[in-house]
Design a protein around this ligand. Structure first.
Ligand SMILES: [Zn+2]
Length: 285
């Protein structure tokens, strides 16, 4: 949901078209022993095979529903085996198929307790309007997560850490698994776009500017984690397509990069600093 910096000046219908045009499918591929990318260019969607059912991380834009299900089937994952729909945060492009997939499969929806309030309450914070779409029907998720909670299913445990800023209840997710028989920790920062931390947006929605420094503190906290393999919340944040190209070229351990996590977090902080500097340079109204 990082499109908005440039899209903010576009009429809404054009924003929708631009997002959908950017949504071309990315071929699904295996990123680690039991983790697949099944999303598109517009937003990521990952599935973890726990040996006792599937966990999906984020459900994409509504228009991606068929693509996501087709990508799952293509790599041998049966959508009927979905047990958990886990959400990085409560924005439109990450929760867009949650009600649909829940009804289709009986999977339970998990989100931070804080961001459930966006799904059912503060729908004005879901970025539907900003992305050029009508708001989703309000709904509650089934399981509400707090900082430090573990989502467990089959052989998989996902550690959830609050990483506020992009939304108040954004989660960073940590999954211990294997990559080519080596034990690895995979991680996703669940929301790093600065658009929803811009002064204009926060003031328009009556929110405090404090989220920007909370975001920075979160980046510092998360940088203490040892991470071997980064899962991008949006493909272009973490070169998902470059990883796919390396996988296809037969590179062993193509997604394994123990330096990427800290480089990525540092780049996020630099982007925050750029936004704050640009705001400070704007003429006062
Ligand atoms: Zn977002």
């Amino acid at each position: 949901m990082h499109f908005l910096i440039s899209y903010a000046i576009m009429p809404e219908r054009e924003v929708s078209r631009a997002v959908e045009a950017s949504s071309q499918r990315i071929p699904p591929f295996r990123m680690a022993e039991n983790i697949w990318f099944v999303g598109g260019r517009a937003v990521s969607c990952h599935v973890i095979d726990t040996g006792d059912g599937l966990i999906m991380i984020d459900t994409g834009y509504p228009f991606m529903a068929e693509q996501i299900l087709a990508s799952m089937r293509e790599v041998g994952l049966d959508p009927a085996d979905l047990r958990i729909l886990l959400h990085s945060h409560g924005h439109y492009d990450h929760i867009g198929n949650t009600r649909r997939f829940r009804a289709l499969t009986g999977a339970r929806a998990y989100i931070s307790r804080i961001d459930n309030d966006i799904c059912n309450g503060r729908l004005d914070l879901s970025w539907a309007e900003e992305l050029g779409y009508p708001r989703l029907e309000p709904f509650d998720c089934d399981v509400l997560l707090d900082d430090g909670d573990i989502v467990a299913l089959g052989n998989t445990r996902i550690r959830c850490r609050l990483a506020p800023g992009h939304t108040a209840g954004t989660l960073a997710l940590f999954v211990d698994t294997l990559s080519h028989d080596r034990a690895v920790t995979c991680a996703m920062h669940g929301g790093v776009g600065t658009n929803s931390m811009a002064r204009d947006f926060l003031e328009r929605r009556g929110l405090s500017l404090d989220c920007r420094e909370q975001f920075r503190e979160g980046l510092h906290r998360l940088a203490e984690e040892k991470v071997d393999l980064v899962l991008g919340n949006h493909p272009d944040q973490n070169d998902t397509e470059g990883k796919l190209a390396r996988v296809r070229a037969g590179e062993a351990d193509a997604c394994f990069d123990p330096g990427e996590w800290r480089r990525f977090l540092a780049a996020c902080e630099a982007r925050l600093d750029r936004m704050l500097a640009e705001e400070a340079a704007e003429p006062k109204q």
